[in-house]
Ligand binder design. Structure first.
Ligand SMILES: O=C(O)CCC(=O)C(=O)O
Ligand SMILES: [Fe+2]
Length: 349
């Protein structure tokens, strides 16, 4: 079932692409993705079915482990899920009126993620905890609709949360997502998702710049999709004295956004380092067109992602449509389903 395994030498072993000769084929039900996840079918029967049916599953799992270790910033699984029968087009990031044909795709991705020993997660404070969010251009001129059509500058998702370091739980915030999982349903204009890998960025930075970025000299604002209650932030709704780069046993980790991170006021050194980082990131983009059936996993600790502008075709069924979810490599059980915290890690209905 596995036809091609490609590790991109130009990117210094940082991208792994696996082309599957046919999409994962197990008896995935059409159930609502949240119910499917909560019912736990995927944990047992379907995962073992997938492992049995898929001769080269071991290769896939090995590569997923290398991805989880941070060596690959990007794992591209071509032709991983079957999207041929999908109907409808999402009108919003969470769209309850959408025909349920997409459920099967989401459920296949759930089985895939969990079979690769990653944990599917969502945040209660982002889209009400919905695990599968539709990224598709929306009509209208409100802020969310504009955003859905615009290009996106590079960022990591969930910057307001600390990185996922098990030995150092934050008293309030769950850790940020370890991986952003994007599944292609439609992409007729081959709109690119742009990826900049930390392994390349770091080589473009002077050592003192890296040290400055590791200091707690930066102010972070929550990205617009996250609703963080004011009491958990500083007075003006930001988090002060954060670092942009951290060291971990697996190398550097980064939290990045062009617009939601600033140097602490008056800190010229931090401002200069952030400007240098922005220039380095801009030099490092590789464009990936996520085709229907592809699943890409972006390591949200070691890669920055953005995208080119998305067109709005006349025919709704020809617009770009990606499903997005998050996965954790190490699930910090302390936060799971703790609904007393508005930003609990969870999968909610
Ligand atoms: O549309 C894409 O390719 C990526 C979108 C993204 O990064 C986001 O919604 O946070
Ligand atoms: Fe993103």
């Amino acid at each position: 079932m596995l036809t091609k395994l490609k590790v991109d030498a130009n990117l210094a072993t940082s991208v792994c692409e696996i082309e599957m000769s046919k999409p994962i084929a197990v008896a995935i039900p059409d159930k609502d993705p949240v119910e499917f996840y909560q019912a736990g079918y995927h944990k047992t029967q379907l995962i073992s079915e997938l492992r049995d049916n898929f001769r080269d599953f071991g290769v896939l799992l090995d590569q997923a482990k290398i991805f989880a270790s941070g060596v690959f910033g990007l794992l591209v699984l071509k032709n991983a899920v079957d999207v041929t029968d999908v109907t409808g087009a999402p009108q919003d990031m969470v769209d309850r009126t959408l025909p349920p044909a997409w459920h099967r795709i989401a459920n296949a991705v759930t089985v895939l993620i969990e079979s690769l020993e990653l944990d599917l997660v969502s945040y209660l404070c982002e889209n009400g905890g919905e695990p599968y969010v539709h990224l598709s251009p929306q009509k209208g001129d409100h802020q969310g609709a504009d955003k859905s059509r615009d290009g996106m500058r590079g960022h990591t998702d969930g910057i307001i949360f600390p990185p996922n370091v098990v030995e150092r739980y934050h008293p309030h915030f769950p850790p940020g997502p370890d991986a952003v999982v994007l599944t292609g349903i439609r992409n007729p204009d081959a709109v690119k998702t742009n990826i900049a890998l930390m392994s390349r960025i770091v080589r473009k930075l002077e050592r003192p710049t890296i040290y400055t970025l590791m200091e707690k000299k930066f102010r972070f604002y929550p990205q617009s999709s996250f609703t963080v209650p004011a009491e958990f932030l500083d007075e003006e709704a930001h988090l002060d004295e954060q670092s942009v780069i951290e060291q971990s046993p697996n190398g550097f980790r980064i939290r990045f956004s062009n617009s939601s991170i600033q140097a602490m006021p008056g800190d010229a050194e931090a401002e200069k380092a952030l400007d240098e980082l922005k220039r380095a990131v801009a030099d490092c983009y590789t464009g990936v067109s996520i085709e229907p059936g592809d699943v890409i996993l972006v390591n949200n600790n070691t890669a920055i992602h953005g995208r080119s502008p998305v067109g709005m075709p006349g025919n709704e069924n020809e617009k770009r449509w990606l499903l997005r979810t998050y996965a954790q490599i190490v699930r910090p059980a302390k936060y799971c389903l703790d609904k007393s915290k508005p930003f609990a890690l969870c999968i909610c209905s």
